[in-house]
Ligand binder design. Structure first.
Ligand code: ADP
Length: 495
């Protein structure tokens, strides 16, 4: 048995590599940003080779930094930006165009037509998703319709499609494997999450030939071996999952009802719903968490569009702060927001409001309002929006959660987590290792090779950094929530 797992965390703006030892300690980290391509308004692309080479570079760098040789790596885990589409030529392995990134809105009109044609229910029943240009299906259709010769080649079986995990494995294996895992497949809008198979009806609706699709494997197991030319010797790729699902696993949310929230640019809340999918009528997304052996775990997912991004706006948009770090001390410099409420509906409101016409607003300003009050209101808004999504999730599953596990950049802010606990009336648990996404991928890989003997072993080695307990009364909580919901209502239907 070798000593380390190499976790490749392929994100939207950077590729990272983290090396873990058996006790889940981080032994080495390397990170590299790559170019974002914006060819048109609302369009986002990546060069597939930037994705691949930055990922291989950081893997080599992480090993070098810690003086670890590839022969000491037991297995590789991969976690990745989800939904992003790459199409390449089967004969040459060359992409036929840039990757279309999940954020890209170029296919929004296709989604409008699908909704108008009445496909919403069928697509939700089969895929668990709402019709949206984020998901892969319309992006593949766009490529087949707009890249010269693509449609003909695809019909002749000459093209391959993959999400970023597939592309990385294809390249790392020297073109030997065309595979993906269930969690990534479930974000394509072409995968039936009930049968766990590519869905013929959806493939034909989007005009995607079956021959383009990768083989779908469980999240933990041998996907391929790296070609010797990459690291000097073959290493098994043994765990793969989309970033949010990997984070849920890295948070040890193995049991039904376990839930985590990531406070990044946006907010992503995922709840383990056990071995049955729960379909939401309120705009939460149902997706596959992971599959280990024959056992599938489903997840309910809700997102907050603007979370840490509101703090970025305070810094870059209006210059109220110099760094995100300041927001904790500023928030604590006042006893409360002085009646100020900040609704960061910069791009409308998602779950549970679903109002594309809402816009950001700050309410309750008086002559006594200070910078600290506004900053505190922005931090509180991250927690208040999270509260609204949790309540919706609880409604969908019919029970209350026990506690909330958290990660993401903004969880450095103790005031935020303490306020979150107050508002929710539940403990908030911050783990020691906040690299939960990379840890999740490592865990999938290590379980497959025996590096980690069991889920229990992983859990025992995943320490808790701090638990935040609620400290306000129900009356105080209700008063705060009442004012927040009043503010949200007033921001709605604005444009
Ligand atoms: P992403 O992965 O989405 O880029 P991160 O998990 O790195 O995001 O988190 C960065 C976000 O967290 C930024 O939007 C930033 O404004 C916010 N953030 C970082 N530190 C703090 C802090 N101490 N308090 C509040 N927000 C913070």
């Amino acid at each position: 048995m070798k000593d380390y797992i190499l976790s490749l965390d392929q994100g939207t703006t950077s590729s990272r590599c983290i090396i873990f030892d058996k006790k889940n300690n981080i032994v080495s980290v390397a990170q590299k940003e790559f170019t974002q391509i914006f060819p048109n308004d609302g369009w986002v692309e990546h060069n597939p080779y930037d994705i691949y080479f930055s990922q291989v570079d950081v893997a080599r760098e992480a090993m070098q930094k810690a003086n670890i040789s590839p022969s000491e790596i037991d297995a590789i885990g991969i976690t990745n930006q989800r939904e992003t589409v790459i199409v390449w030529d089967r004969a040459t392995g060359e992409p036929i165009c840039n990757a279309i990134v999940w954020q890209c809105r170029r296919t929004a009109h296709m989604c409008d037509s699908l909704k108008a044609a009445g496909y919403t229910d069928m697509i939700r029943r089969k895929t668990g998703l709402v019709i949206d240009s984020y998901f892969s299906a319309t992006k593949i259709k766009w490529i087949l319709e707009n890249v010269e010769g693509a449609r003909e080649k695809a019909e002749c079986g000459e093209l391959m499609f993959g999400t970023v995990d597939s592309w990385l494995i294809y390249k790392l294996s020297g073109g030997q494997a065309h595979v993906t895992d269930v969690s990534n497949a479930s974000r394509t809008m072409l995968f039936n999450i009930n049968t766990l198979k590519w869905d013929e009806e959806l493939l034909s609706l989007f005009g995607v030939p079956r021959s383009m699709m990768p083989e779908v494997l469980p999240s933990s197991g041998i996907f391929a071996h790296t070609d010797s030319s990459v690291f000097g010797l073959p290493i098994p790729i043994a765990g793969v999952a989309g970033d949010q699902q990997a984070a849920l696993f890295g948070q040890c949310c193995y049991a039904k009802g376990d839930v985590k929230n990531t406070y990044g640019t946006g907010g992503f809340m995922l709840m383990n719903t056990g071995d049955k999918p729960i379909f939401s009528d309120n705009g939460l997304v149902t997706t596959v968490g992971w599959k280990i052996g024959d056992k599938v775990t489903y997840v309910l997912e809700g997102s907050v569009f603007i979370c840490g991004a509101a703090i970025q706006w305070l810094r870059d948009g209006i210059g109220l702060i110099e760094s995100a770090y300041e927001t904790e001390a500023l928030s604590l410099s006042v006893p409360n927001t002085g009646g100020v409420y900040f609704v960061p509906a910069f791009v409308g409101l998602g779950a549970p409001y679903w109002d594309a016409y809402a816009r950001g607003a700050i309410f309750g300003i008086t002559r006594g309002t200070s910078r600290a009050h506004i900053v505190r209101a922005a931090v509180e808004a991250m927690a208040l929006q999270t509260y609204d999504v949790i309540k919706l999730m609880e409604k969908e599953i019919g029970t209350e959660i026990d506690s909330l596990r958290v990660d993401g950049g903004a969880t450095a802010n103790n005031f935020l987590l303490s306020f979150q606990s107050d508002i929710l009336g539940k403990p908030i648990v911050r783990p020691e290792c906040i690299e939960t996404t990379a840890l999740g991928a490592a865990a999938f890989a290590g379980l497959a090779t025996g590096f980690y003997p069991s889920l229990e072993h992983i859990k025992q080695n995943t320490g808790i950094n701090r638990v935040f307990e609620p400290s306000i009364t129900a009356v105080q909580r209700d008063a705060k929530l009442g004012m927040w919901h009043k503010a949200v209502e007033r921001s709605q239907n604005w444009i």
